[in-house]
Design a protein around this ligand. Sequence first.
Ligand code: HXC
Ligand code: NAP
Length: 282
Amino acid sequence: MDHDAVPRPQDFFPEDLFRDQRAVVTGGATGLGKEISLGLARLGARVAVLSRNPDHHAELARSFEAEGLKVRTIATDVRESSQVHAAAEQLREDWGGVDVLVNNAAGNFVCPTERMSANAWRAVLGIVLDGTFYCSREFGRMMIDQQAGVMLNIVATYAWTGQPGVAHSASAKAGVLALTKTLAAEWAPHRIRVNAIAPGPFESEGAAGNLWPSEQAREAVRSHIPLGRFASAEEVALHSLYLLSPACGWVTGECLVSDGGTSLPPSFIGEGRRPKKSAPAG
Ligand code: HXC
Ligand code: NAP
């Protein structure tokens, strides 16, 4: 097995795993969301992406077309409940319902709490926590009508560890984790599963631009990853697809940590276990 190869969903899952499934991915035109969208479509799903930037939508459409796949994009700011409602109504009319929801949209930047403005706090809480609530409520209603559905929320391990410099994001992700468990219990009688995944640092333009903008900052982050490297968005997408798939049909209210060991406690004996050099993939 080539452990350096970029993992592809087709290498691990049957090609028709999501056949006839109607999937919505928020922030699904870039980074992890894009890989989840592509993965779902490659495995047979119809995919709609809800996000703001038309340039991201055009680039996403090109990536899908290059593989002979189709994607639907709906310009939506998930902070606005009316926009989320309008997007959901469009999909209810055109598709008749939605089977899969991935709450992936996020905003983030590093800012010491004492310098964080109210707008800065609201910008991140609005996207991450309000957006997840609005989308879960709209698409959850459809899933209740269908008596079936599956949701996945993207969080981060600092939802329970905390992390200096990202009070807004950590607080919002903690809220999303609580929402995940609450909705899993509330909607289990409707045969709706709700899970979360907590990735560690993975490569994306959004994260790099906002969280490790220089090579020095990037190396500082990498040096804290016990497995010695960043993940790729593709491999975190694989774990996400697994949680969405019927393989996890009896898993709900759970959060899968996919972080190369980053949230494990640091060693206090001997030299510790952190690699000094960057490790190859696999
Ligand atoms: C301090 C900042 C800031 C910064 C914005 N603000 N950036 N404050 N430091 N670096 C403040 C602004 O001054 C403003 O407050 C308020 O936030 C809103 O800013 P806007 O630019 O108007 O917001 P908006 O255009 O809505 O943009 C939202 C955003 C932006 C969150 C600020 O970063 C964004 O859209 N990001 C999307 C992509 C992204 O962040 N991806 C990373 C995901 S990685 P004032 O008071 O001036 O009006 C991730 C987890 C990583 O989430 C975990 C790693 C382990
Ligand atoms: P990304 O590429 O920047 O993705 C964020 C997406 O959210 C963008 O496509 C953006 O699209 C969308 N978005 C932002 N604000 C929005 C809004 N108001 N309405 C609708 N969509 C909005 O970053 P990523 O790294 O792939 O992050 C994906 C997920 O993984 C996020 O939930 C993030 O918190 C989580 N995560 C990332 C890391 C990491 O290391 N990268 C680690 C742990 C968790 P538009 O700008 O077009 O709207």
